[in-house]
Design a binder for this molecule. Structure first.
Ligand code: ATR
Length: 286
């Protein structure tokens, strides 16, 4: 029997998710169909698409730009949210809440949201062999991408977190919001500063800004150094990584995070565990 999945976005033609999930299915030996689903950029259109998909027998959906917050609102009003989705304020994985279905809730009311982005990052960093336990970590950026990774990094046992952003007030507000949204996070745990003022020696420095899309480069202090530098972007020249590589750091782009978050979605839909390292090698050879 074929299980049906989609990824919903706007635009969506560039999405690599169908290739990735097809490799996962081949690895564990199940039949799936995984399609790109375009959707008009409005909440009513999004809701109509996901309801029709699940009512038509769909098993799971990924959500990408610009619908992650819309998906959050949708699930909050229907089948519920995982802790990671609640704290991220965004949903990248949709599935049906089986307990609600069992108790007679209609399919459209049982759509549940999870967020695997942050854990995908943590799993990738771990697979690189970079130490997270007791690490001093800096994140640059205070938008949706940064928000989604903070709880999983804290759960991974990091010792210190500094959140730097061009607009300092956004970093301060984000920390305040997260400490309300999660019992695991308190505002004393996370330091904030402006991006230019970020200085000192960190184990891991993560670029969670959208600067890679613009071609600009971040203004960084000469007093900032890191053993490992990670850019959540991938598939293009990343000046952030060049900057730290020139100063002796090990670096990685976010391609492994993309595979990592996809693997976690696949696992939560199908119950099958993915050998992410093996699939990444296969995909890179394609
Ligand atoms: P995303 O969902 O990808 O995180 P976002 O919510 O728009 O996107 O956030 C973009 C982040 O990149 C913000 O932290 C933004 O900084 P500001 O809050 O000061 O806007 C950061 N960013 C984007 N362009 C930047 C630039 N040229 N220099 C520094 N930071 C930049």
């Amino acid at each position: 029997m074929t299980q049906h999945f989609i990824v919903i976005g706007n635009p969506i033609a560039h999405s690599k998710s169908p290739e990735i999930h097809t490799q996962f299915a081949a690895q564990v030996g199940i039949n799936i169909s995984y399609q790109r689903q375009y959707c008009p950029d409005d909440a009513a259109g999004f809701t109509a698409v996901i309801e029709a998909f699940f009512q038509g027998g769909g098993v799971g959906a990924n959500v990408t730009v610009p619908f992650k917050q819309v998906a959050y609102d949708c699930c909050a009003a229907r089948g519920g949210l995982s802790e990671h989705a609640k704290v991220a304020g965004a949903v990248n994985t949709l599935l049906l809440n089986k307990a609600l279905l069992k108790s007679g809730t209609p399919i459209a009311e049982a759509i549940y949201g999870d967020n695997t982005d942050g854990q995908g990052l943590v799993n990738h960093i771990t697979s690189l062999g970079w130490p997270l336990k007791d690490a001093r970590v800096a994140i640059i950026g205070a938008g949706g991408a940064a928000r989604g990774v903070i709880l999983p990094l804290i759960e991974a046992g990091i010792a210190e977190l500094t959140l730097a952003n061009r607009t300092l007030s956004k970093a301060i507000n984000l920390v305040a919001e997260l400490s309300v949204a999660s019992e695991t996070i308190n505002d004393q745990q996370i330091k904030t500063c402006s991006t230019e003022a970020l200085s000192g020696d960190f184990d891991i420095i993560i670029n969670a800004t959208s600067i890679g899309l613009s071609g600009d480069t971040l203004l960084l202090s000469d007093e900032l150094s890191g053993h490992y530098a990670y850019d959540m972007m991938y598939g293009r020249e990343l000046p952030f990584l060049q900057h730290f590589a020139e100063r002796g750091a090990q670096t990685s782009d976010g391609y492994g995070m993309l595979i990592g978050q996809a693997a976690l979605s696949f696992e939560c839909w199908t119950g099958h565990t993915i050998d992410v390292v093996k699939v990444t090698k296969t995909l890179q050879a394609l």
